[in-house]
Design a binder for this molecule. Structure first.
Ligand SMILES: *Cc1c(COP(=O)(O)O)cnc(C)c1O
Length: 482
């Protein structure tokens, strides 16, 4: 083999040298600044194929490593075509968010400090910051202030954490200690979700040993909301410990289940009510949108994502549980070698599934402190306004139909008569690159799905994106290549 042109510089120090950090961090900073400078104008989707990326990134693991600066350059060069511009103000795929500037900067510090935020004794800073961030979130969402709060990787794990607490709580009330005795021989737990609940609820049920086939699915209305009358009728046929999973923010339509009614029913029947509010819970921060989540405070647990609508970098979800003891008992871990506090100090291991963990509450703290209540409300309201703006422009085009009530930040669009046209418009828009969005199936029909969840999406971004969508649709109608 020929000599590697990036051969490792044997003079590179192996002792701690802050100069080496500085060299790499300066390099990373330069790449990050360039990436962010280009972000608002670049082609929004990723363009590189797997083969293209492999041709640069793959190779046998070298015997001698190479210069870290060269490695950083290599990765940064591949990000141009290999990464999506998820933080672009015109990225409307899934429900993605984007990184608010101070959130990104705080996240860099979290990596620099490299705290294991699992227990207080390793990082009082992380523990106290998360304690305050938890108080602020409960205040912002106006949920019971004594609730337990866990900072987890995303809403999948938030759903899991909340439902583990629910499993513990409903079985404890039935005289069964699931943490000690497991599910063999336990009273059967009824698990209820809507036909439109997010897939991560099913996954959580798998992790919890409750299974998915046993779940009862309540019918939804035309907006994807759980029908409270059907829930009531179902509960009439069930007995014993029961967990109900409702939703604040349908991933397609943005619709909220009738939470006050469902909350009343759950309370009457002594069932545990969990609400998946991955993005919808943030509506509670906005005067204009809080009524959508009316009654959500009646629930027993709530899950949400900070990496969606608070616009902190991945990964950042939040699990909130009213019954702190059920939450703590379901999550806590103790071992002889750990030093755990039993005072006021907060040990994160008591509230999350992870043992060692990143101090992911710190970017949440920084973002909430920087935005304030008005800033969070403004972020939510702006996204919703832009979603309506896009919907209005598209609705005025002949042959285009908006399928949902645009109550929040989600828009579903249908083009022409068949699924084929709609799918072709989605693909055409992705290739065009002005904005990025994806498709879905809504009530058996193909639809374009637009989700506005970035702090920086301006009226102009919305107008430009809608114009690009219309342009692609018109050229398809004329039979021209988009
Ligand atoms: C995104 C989402 C989830 C999953 O969240 P992750 O952060 O991807 O784990 C769960 N429920 C709803 C309604 C969502 O929109």
């Amino acid at each position: 083999m020929t000599t590697d042109r990036f051969a490792h510089d044997s003079s590179e120090p192996v002792l701690f040298e802050s100069a080496l950090f500085e060299r790499y961090l300066d390099r990373a900073h330069a790449h990050a600044s360039e990436f962010l400078r280009q972000l608002p104008d670049r082609h929004v989707g990723a363009r590189a194929s797997r083969d293209e990326l492999l041709s640069t990134l793959r190779g046998p693991l070298m015997q001698q490593g190479e210069d870290g600066g060269v490695v950083l350059d290599l990765l940064a060069a591949q990000a141009e075509r290999g990464a999506s511009a998820c933080g672009s103000p015109r990225y409307f795929g899934f429900v993605i968010g984007g990184a608010y500037p101070v959130a990104l900067a705080a996240d860099w510090l979290v990596s620099t400090w490299d705290q294991n935020a699992g227990i207080y004794v390793i990082s009082p800073l992380a523990a106290v910051t998360e304690e305050v961030a938890a108080e602020w979130l409960l205040d912002l969402f106006d949920l019971p202030r004594e609730s337990g709060v866990g900072f987890v990787t995303g809403c999948q794990m938030a759903n899991y954490t909340c439902l583990a607490a629910a499993r513990h709580g409903v079985l404890r009330r039935a005289g069964w200690d699931v943490e000690a005795d497991g599910l063999y021989g336990a009273p059967r737990v009824n698990v209820i979700a809507s036909a439109e609940s997010h897939i991560t609820i099913d996954v959580a049920m798998r992790y919890l040993g409750l299974g998915t086939r046993a779940m009862h699915r309540v019918e939804v209305d035309a907006h994807g909301r759980m029908r409270a009358d059907r829930l009531r009728a179902l509960l009439d046929t069930l007995e014993g410990p029961t967990i109900i999973c409702a939703q604040a923010g349908n991933v397609n339509t943005g619709a909220f289940d009738p939470l006050r009614e469902i909350g009343r029913i759950a309370n009457e029947r002594g069932a545990w009510l969990h609400v998946d509010g991955a993005f919808g819970l943030w509506a509670r921060a906005s005067r204009a949108h809080e009524s959508l989540a009316d009654g959500i405070e009646l629930a027993d647990s709530w899950s949400t994502d900070a990496h969606k609508w608070l616009n902190v970098p991945y990964d950042s979800g939040v699990a909130i549980v009213r019954h702190t003891e059920d939450h703590r008992v379901a999550m806590t871990s103790t071992a002889a070698y750990l030093i755990q506090t039993r005072g006021a100090e907060r040990d994160a291991v008591d509230w999350v599934p992870e043992f060692s963990r990143r101090a992911r509450g710190i970017p949440i703290y920084a973002t909430l402190r920087t935005l304030g209540r008005d800033g969070v409300a403004g972020l939510v309201d702006r996204c919703c306004a832009r979603a309506r703006q896009i919907a209005d422009i598209l609705a005025s085009e002949d042959g285009v139909r908006i399928l949902n009530d645009v109550v929040l930040n989600q828009v579903l669009v249908r083009f022409g008569d068949g699924d084929e046209t709609t799918r072709a418009v989605v693909t055409g828009v992705q290739q065009d690159g002005t904005c990025w969005l994806s498709g879905t199936t809504w009530q058996g029909k193909a639809a374009m799905r637009i989700s506005v969840s970035n702090w920086a999406t301006s009226e102009e971004d919305a107008a430009r994106s809608a114009a690009a969508i219309v342009r692609v649709f018109r050229s398809l109608r004329k039979g021209e290549p988009a």
